[in-house]
Ligand binder design. Structure first.
Ligand code: UDP
Ligand code: MN
Length: 516
């Protein structure tokens, strides 16, 4: 295996995936391909065909390409944690770091094996990396620990002034490192992520993408959000300047070693995966730091639709526990909002957080209300009449997003009391809102769509009559009604008659009502 990959490394210049092009698997291999896909939840067969040092397109904004950087940039250790990673993706990450980082800036690469089970990740990996021209250290967790504690281990054995974390299925493009170090070097309290490009989980094609900022959904999952006008204006049209971002994706970022310590590294009480990126984001902002995306640094990442590995204790339990810890430590009075959206989180055993609370006190961090006002005003509605299910009096059924995203019809389903898809807020701006989507009616008779909220009233403005219990769509002067006719799974819009079918109970689960 090792000899073959060295051969591939040097002979395959016109081979599959070169230049970031997609790999197409011949029809005859499709069955095998699908089998192999399950191992890592990406197209392993395609990845294995691509050279470990393939070429990539230069997707940076033009102005980045001739940028001159100071010659006193700090050196970085690159820490890559992995559990059961594929050989080809892991080593392609390593080679892309070595090939595209100025040697003077790269202290070492640290690979942290989080108790992987594959044999090739043991001795063969040690031997392979020992032959590389940059010091690569492999350290191993004694037992499966999750990415948080694995990164802590990697950080503790590394020595560079800056620590740069990467996932184990990344590819760094030309000039990726300098923009990160150029921000962290002079600004110790600035934590910087690259612009993260998409490596297709299906074809391994490399697609440069426009920068989006990090946000989070009401159920505390990281998401990408468009760059607000204000942030665009702050940068005055200069495409090479870094963006300030409310949160980070978490897999890829650079941080000054001393600041990493000072700010409280990670919450080591978090398990496996999830929530740690939001926790760190809130902590950085609330405790006086800055979180940025360096527009000139482009690194590709294989985004997967599912995790290929186990979550000891159960996936949902682990994620709820991690989220609960960050809510308890950082979110003050807003935690009730998140408990309403995720009632399961409010029930989970989340362990001891005393030391994290002590850290917050020691660092004299600002309240979450400051974060919401200053850093991320669009995160959750600050003023609202209700938050919870929207229940029809006639049918006893609830509005339900049915897990659908923007530009789809809102649904109706049996009320389940489990939050999530049945949580809507009737806001002080008179929207019926769920996450960043608002119920929107474009013409008389419906349909009722979920459209990105625009705060311009129009088709998204509703009056609620707390006595008649009716939800009146202002622009059409019609009322939200139960499902009718052929479509039993979506509400209808009818002229207002104040029948039971047009009566809706807006549930205000835990927060005091703000009266209209
Ligand atoms: N990882 C780990 N231990 C775990 C879970 C994940 O070391 O228990 C590693 C994983 O191999 C990857 C990184 O942590 O390099 C981030 O995980 P993943 O890529 O699955 O997260 P995603 O990018 O999908 O958010
Ligand atoms: Mn990943």
């Amino acid at each position: 295996m090792l000899d073959i990959s060295f051969v591939l490394l040097y002979l395959n210049k016109d081979g599959p995936g070169e230049g970031g092009t997609p790999v197409i698997i011949p029809k005859k291999d499709e069955k095998k391909m699908k089998e192999m896909f399950k191992i890592n939840e990406f197209n392993l067969m395609a990845s294995d065909m691509i050279a470990l040092n393939r070429t990539l397109p230069d997707v940076r904004p033009e102005g980045c390409k001739n940028m001159i950087y100071p010659n006193d940039l700090p050196r970085t250790s690159v820490v890559i944690v992995f559990h059961n990673e594929a050989w080809s993706t892991l080593l392609r990450t390593v080679h892309s770091v070595i090939d595209r980082s100025p040697r003077a800036l790269l202290e070492e690469i640290v690979l942290v094996d989080d108790a992987s089970q594959m044999d090739f990740l043991k001795l063969p990996l040690d031997e392979y990396v020992s032959k590389l021209e940059v010091p690569v250290r492999v350290v191993r967790m004694e037992q499966r620990s999750g990415l948080i504690r694995a990164r802590l281990k990697g950080a503790s054995v590394s020595t560079g002034q800056v620590i740069t974390f990467l996932d184990a299925h990344c590819e760094c493009t030309t000039g990726w490192l300098e923009p990160l170090l150029a921000r962290v070097g002079p600004n110790k309290r600035t934590v910087v992520s690259p612009a993260i490009d998409v490596i297709s989980d299906d074809t391994f094609a490399y697609a440069g993408s426009d920068v989006q900022l990090g946000g989070f959904s009401w159920n505390l999952h990281f998401n990408w959000v468009p760059i607000p006008k204000k942030e665009m204006e702050r940068r005055k049209g200069d495409l090479t300047l870094p963006f300030r971002t409310p949160t980070m994706a978490g897999g890829l970022f650079s941080i000054d070693r001393d600041y990493f310590q000072e700010i409280g590294t990670y919450d080591a009480g978090m398990d496996i995966w999830g929530g740690e990126n939001l926790e760190m984001s809130f902590r950085i902002w609330q405790c006086g730091g800055t979180l940025e995306i360096a527009a000139c640094s482009h690194v590709g990442h294989v985004f997967r639709k599912a995790a290929p590995y186990t979550f000891p204790g159960g996936r949902s339990h682990v994620i709820h526990k991690n989220s609960r810890r960050l809510v308890e430590v950082w979110m003050d009075e807003f935690k009730d909002f998140f408990f309403t959206v995720s009632p399961e989180m409010a029930r989970v055993d989340y362990g001891n957080i005393t030391s994290r609370l002590a850290l917050r006190r020691k660092l004299q961090c600002k309240p979450f209300s400051w974060y919401l006002e200053t850093v991320y005003p669009d995160a959750i509605p600050r003023h609202y009449y209700s938050l919870g299910e929207v229940r029809n009096v006639d049918t006893d059924k609830c509005l339900d997003t049915r897990g659908r995203k923007a530009n789809k019809k809102v649904g109706i389903a049996n009320c389940h009391g489990q939050g999530g898809n049945q949580i809507f807020s009737y806001t002080a701006d008179k929207e019926i809102k769920t996450d960043s989507l608002c119920l929107d009616v474009a013409k008389r008779g419906g349909p009722v769509m979920m459209i990105t909220c625009h705060l311009e009233k129009g088709n998204q403005m509703w009056d609620y009559d707390p006595e008649k219990l009716s939800l009146i769509h202002v622009a059409t002067n019609q009322c939200l009604d139960k499902a009718r006719g052929k479509n039993r799974k979506a509400p209808s819009m009818r002229d207002c008659r104040h029948s039971y079918s047009q009566q809706w109970l807006l549930h205000n689960a835990t927060l005091p009502e703000i009266s209209l």
